[in-house]
Design a protein around this ligand. Structure first.
Ligand code: ZN
Ligand code: ZN
Length: 404
């Protein structure tokens, strides 16, 4: 039996007074999610633990059965894997922004949302600083990833990116003594980026056109590469992930999953949900387990847009219609979120997320509405993210007996 895990990123929310204190998911009309709730069992889930606010990276790790406390040291390596950069054990990876610095002050953290910084990537990639190899790759818009490869590196360092404009870049400092060398290399890299990018013809051209130059790189989110035991080795399953955002792709790649690039799947509000669902159905033909992430609800949550979130959830629900046939085909389907992104918070919160697990022979409780409040009456109760995959494996008759 096959398994499908649909993750509606950031879908959980809190009471919205304008909606009569309903959440956006309660307020939205979601016939397909409700149909699935009717065909299985429901409950609440804390992706990490009650009261712990999950990142999308740590939440997805937990949903794949990994303990973030053991395998997560920072976001960098997962961003790098999302760009399909090769990572080796001991590498330190950081996510970066191309930014604008004027008279020593960061005036724009996104360098005017520069569109195509590939030309700027080349002049930084491949250099060596204090015996450490610099691997640098531009991503979409102003984003980039930096990998440091060498002896004695550590991710116990602070960020360079000051997180808001109007101040000098922060000096990278070791958090623990073992981070000293790495911090020095990062600071050296930032200085070099300022010098090399400052003289780059592309930036001269941008300034002539009245655009902000991308004349410094600001690293943050250092993480140490810790290899994951693949899902194949842990659970004896083949697996694939259909996702748009690099961070989720990176987590799934490092878990050994096949992560195809799907045309039209962007991870943004313009993503083609039908293309995504078709890719999910295709992946289920060739893999035992498929994970799909739909980013949209999280974006509306971060924007504080309650009406947009309701509307987005309704569109998402329409796109989920093909899941009904999959129940007939004996697929075990779990539908949930990686965390809540409540509109009043405009960021992630630790509010537990709704969860349903549906399938031909899955126990059926009395819950017929899929929302944060209704699911609490369901027979799953309240579980942690790391429990989900083992439960799905058992329902798909893929678990092994513990004992005789
Ligand atoms: Zn998320
Ligand atoms: Zn988010």
């Amino acid at each position: 039996m096959k398994m499908l895990l649909m993750i509606c990123d950031g879908m959980g929310d809190r009471a919205i007074p304008e909606f009569g204190n309903k959440t956006p998911l309660q307020k939205a009309d979601t016939p397909n999610m409700d149909w699935l709730a009717d065909k299985g069992m429901c409950g609440l889930m804390d992706a990490i633990a009650p009261g712990v606010i999950p990142g999308s990276d740590t939440a997805h790790l937990a949903l794949l059965g990994y303990d973030p406390a053991e395998v997560y040291s920072g976001r960098g390596p997962f961003e790098a894997a999302g760009l399909d950069m090769e990572l080796r054990e001991g590498d330190v990876a950081l996510r970066c922004n191309f930014a604008t610095i004027q008279d020593g002050i960061i005036t724009d953290r996104r360098a005017g949302r520069i569109k195509n910084p590939r030309a700027l990537e080349e002049c930084l990639d491949g250099m060596e600083i204090d015996g450490v190899k610099i691997i640098f790759k531009a991503a979409v818009e102003h984003r980039a990833v930096l990998i440091l490869r060498g002896e004695g590196l550590s991710s116990s360092i602070t960020d360079v990116d000051p997180h808001k404009p109007g101040s000098e870049p922060w000096v990278c400092k070791p958090v623990m003594p073992e981070g000293e060398k790495t911090a020095a290399v990062v600071n050296h890299f930032v200085k070099k980026s300022e010098k090399i990018l400052g003289e780059h013809p592309l930036n001269k051209e941008r300034e002539n056109k009245g655009l902000l130059p991308a004349n410094i790189v600001l690293p943050r989110g250092a993480g140490y590469m810790i290899p994951l035991t693949s899902l194949q080795d842990r659970y004896k399953i083949t697996s694939s992930a259909i996702a748009g955002i690099g961070l989720v792709k990176g987590v799934c790649r490092l878990a050994g999953m096949d992560v195809p690039e799907v045309d039209g799947v962007t991870g943004g509000l313009d993503t083609n949900l039908d293309a995504k669902m078709n890719a999910v159905k295709d992946a289920l033909k060739t893999h035992d387990f498929v994970l799909s992430n739909i980013k949209m609800p999280d974006i509306y949550g971060h924007d504080g847009d309650a009406a947009g979130k309701v509307n987005g959830i309704e569109k998402l629900d329409e796109a989920l219609a093909p899941l009904k046939e999959l129940i007939e085909e004996d697929v075990i389907i779990a539908l949930t979120a990686d965390h809540s992104t409540p509109v009043p918070v405009m960021n992630h919160s630790a509010d537990p997320v709704p969860l349903l697990i549906a399938g031909k022979h899955v126990r059926r409780d009395e819950v017929v509405h899929f929302d944060e409040i209704s699911v609490a009456r369901g027979c799953i109760g309240r579980i942690k993210g790391m429990d989900l995959l083992p439960i799905m494996l058992d329902l798909a008759n893929r678990s092994e007996k513990y004992g005789a």
